[in-house]
Design a protein around this ligand. Structure first.
Ligand code: B1M
Length: 210
């Protein structure tokens, strides 16, 4: 973990955060360790927001910094890309939720691991997910959400996929900071992952690539 990077993100020092990221990457640091440091920083900012010490502009700024860091990290992840195609994943952030930083990292990691990723974006209506699942016929459907209200959207989306007769032969994965076993059971998903590495491992298990 890079404490220097974590501190720079927490203190919203964008230039420093991007410079430290460059330095870490050129010194051969593991890109996923960089992402993990940033996630810790985002958790601190989130706690400050929840306790009234930080406000929406800070959340927005933190999001922008994180996006800048992710853009720098992605090409280094791509260097480890697999040749073999493992399957297709339809991925989105569920209806009512616009958080996409974690989803985008999951999308990149799945892509690098050999999955074709169809990313539907954020705040995606249940009907859109169902329509795209019918069209794409993916092996895995991935639903991301960071808000507690997203749990209801996840459940509604899982139910609608089942209701449309589209669950056979595919798995549904959920994830996002507040997601755990209980949320997975509530939503009726097949599994959940706590981070992007876990998401790739689970998806690989499902398609027989692990
Ligand atoms: Co918001 N936000 N936010 N926010 N935000 C949280 C989530 C919050 C926990 C902060 C807090 O209060 N402590 C809180 C939710 C509380 C709750 O519901 N219980 C919150 C709130 C309240 C809100 C608003 C409602 C604020 C407001 O307007 N009053 C609003 C909601 C808007 C909406 O969605 N409708 C809002 C808005 C925003 C911004 C737009 C300003 C910005 C997001 C920018 C963006 O995404 N483009 C933002 C941010 C930055 C955060 C925090 C600080 C950081 C999120 C983040 O990017 N983390 C967040 C606090 C926190 O997370 N602790 C917070 C870094 C990222 C790498 O981690 O997304 O967890 P994460 O992804 C990880 C794993 O979770 C996993 O892999 C990723 C990589 O390891 N993963 C998956 C993610 N998706 C997966 C899917 C999988 C598997 C694994 O399978 C499919």
């Amino acid at each position: 973990m890079s404490n220097e990077l974590k501190e720079a993100v927490i203190e919203l020092r964008e230039d420093d955060a991007l410079r430290i990221t460059d330095e870490l990457l050129s010194s051969g640091a593991d890109p996923l360790t960089i992402v993990a440091s940033c996630k810790e920083a985002m958790d601190v900012i989130g706690q400050r927001f929840a306790s009234g010490e930080a406000f929406i502009p800070e959340l927005i700024m933190a999001g922008e910094i994180m996006k800048g860091i992710t853009a720098k990290v992605k090409p280094h992840l791509a260097a480890q890309a697999a040749d073999e195609k493992l399957g297709t994943v339809v991925l989105c952030t569920v209806q009512g939720d616009i958080h996409d930083i974690g989803k985008d990292i999951v999308a990149s990691m799945l892509d690098i691991a050999g999955f074709d990723v169809v990313d539907l974006g954020v705040d995606v209506p249940v009907t859109t997910v169902v329509d795209r699942v019918r069209e794409v016929q993916p092996d895995v459907v991935g639903l991301s959400g960071l808000l507690t209200v997203a749990f209801d959207s996840m459940k509604a989306t899982v139910d609608a996929i089942g209701g449309a007769g589209l669950r056979e032969g595919r798995k549904i994965m959920i994830g996002g900071a507040p997601v755990n076993e209980d949320v997975c059971a509530f939503a009726g998903a097949d599994g959940w992952a706590k981070d992007a590495v876990g998401a790739v491992e689970l998806a690989k298990t499902w398609v027989g690539g692990a």
